[in-house]
Ligand binder design. Structure first.
Ligand SMILES: [Zn+2]
Length: 392
């Protein structure tokens, strides 16, 4: 019986709430940065093993990634993703201790009813969200190839299920000129700093054409050696973001054209290197609707994202282009408290943080149960993603 299974999931997670909070506290008190999350991945793996999950460590060539599986591997597979990296110098000021624990909690809840459902539940431990893009690396290694849908939750200051994120990337520009004495023989030099300054000005001239969510931000990394030498080498780094990956790629092409023009106007050479960024999140509406209904049944009021909602970027975006996915937010702090601050960090270890973690665990578990019980939902979710990927 459906309601009975929801109840069993909720009871199991409530019964485990002290152990889950202990897990969250341990991760919080031992902050580990990107690709160094050894303690967190071990304690999560051990916990899931204790609840019957088969754990594969170091998947995708990443020492601190893991995959914990339970259920029938020949049927549909739902992945619940766990992030557990901390911020350099700030600890768990993004609340990833709550993300990891909610994933474990959802998995434990589902373990209590696994014999009643076809299908497989996976917890995928994904390192380095804050820098390094663990999910991008795991995606390239094929970890999401046979997954039918992916869920996670992120703490925030509002309950939102369909908030998007920006597609991002990094662009390094290098200019090669010719050094010369700036007083005795400036005419013999090729000024790589002029090339770089012209490039910045060209890029700034793009700004009147930018859409509200387009972002182009740059810094000078290397501006020259000394004021009495015509700079032979300079470099800059840019962050380019947009609401969609296609738009981001258009912007990158224009920034490169601006940089090329800057170099050409003073006779320098320009080289660029594009570092893969994150894709935008495509929040799957089929999954979001189910998740939201469970969240509301648990007593949370869900709000629509503000049209001017502030957005960052996350590697969950890449996953959402491969499989139907959601990256919902649950409030742990008042609306004026932003992530990546000391204040937000306090809330990541607060009673409100604990409640959000438990609600997220329950809603993710019940959503997973629904998806495995009703194959039509997964089919609809996949059809929606196919349509979204075709949109300009
Ligand atoms: Zn985060």
């Amino acid at each position: 019986m459906t309601n009975g299974n929801y109840k069993q999931i909720i009871n199991e997670i409530d019964n485990q709430s002290d152990a889950l909070w202990q897990l969250s506290t341990t991760i919080f008190n031992n902050p580990e940065i990107a690709f160094k999350e050894f303690k967190a991945s071990k304690i999560l793996s051990d916990t899931l093993r204790a609840h019957g999950y088969q754990v594969e460590e170091k998947i995708g060539g990443l020492d601190t990634a893991f995959r914990a599986s339970l259920g029938n591997s020949d049927a549909s597979k739902i992945a619940i993703l766990a992030e557990y990296d901390a911020l350099v110098g700030l600890g768990h000021a993004c609340g990833h201790n709550l993300i990891a624990t909610a994933a474990a909690g959802a998995a434990i809840g589902l373990a209590s009813i696994i014999t009643k459902i076809k299908g497989q539940v996976q917890v995928i431990g994904t390192p380095a969200e804050e820098g390094g893009g663990g999910k991008v690396i795991l995606a390239e290694a094929g970890i999401f190839n046979d997954i039918d849908a992916a869920l996670m939750f992120h703490p925030a200051s509002k309950n939102m299920v369909t908030r998007k994120s920006l597609a991002s990337c990094r662009l390094t520009l290098e200019y090669f000129g010719k050094a010369s004495h700036a007083a005795a023989a400036p005419e013999e030099g090729l000024n790589a700093l002029d090339a770089l300054i012209l490039s910045f000005n060209n890029i700034n001239a793009l700004r009147s054409t930018l859409l509200p969510r387009d972002r182009i931000a740059g810094i000078v990394v290397h501006g020259g050696e000394a004021a009495n030498i015509i700079p032979a080498y300079t470099s800059a780094e840019f962050s380019v973001r947009a609401l969609k990956a296609k738009r981001r790629d258009e912007l990158v092409d224009r920034v490169i054209a601006c940089a090329q023009a800057g170099a050409e106007s003073v006779g320098c050479q320009m080289k660029y290197e594009l570092s893969p960024g994150y894709m935008d999140i495509i929040p799957n509406r089929v999954l979001a609707r189910i998740f939201q209904s469970h969240l509301e049944a648990l007593g949370r009021v869900v709000v629509d994202p503000d049209p001017n909602e502030r957005m960052g970027s996350t590697d969950m975006g890449d996953v959402s282009h491969l499989v139907p996915a959601i990256h919902p937010y649950l409030a742990i702090a008042p609306e004026n408290i932003a992530g990546h601050t000391e204040e937000f960090k306090e809330y990541s270890i607060s009673e409100a943080g604990k409640n959000a973690m438990l609600d997220a665990a329950k809603a993710m578990a019940m959503t997973t149960y629904d998806l495995l019980r009703e194959p039509d939902l997964l089919r609809e979710a996949k059809e929606e993603l196919a349509i979204e990927l075709e949109l300009p």
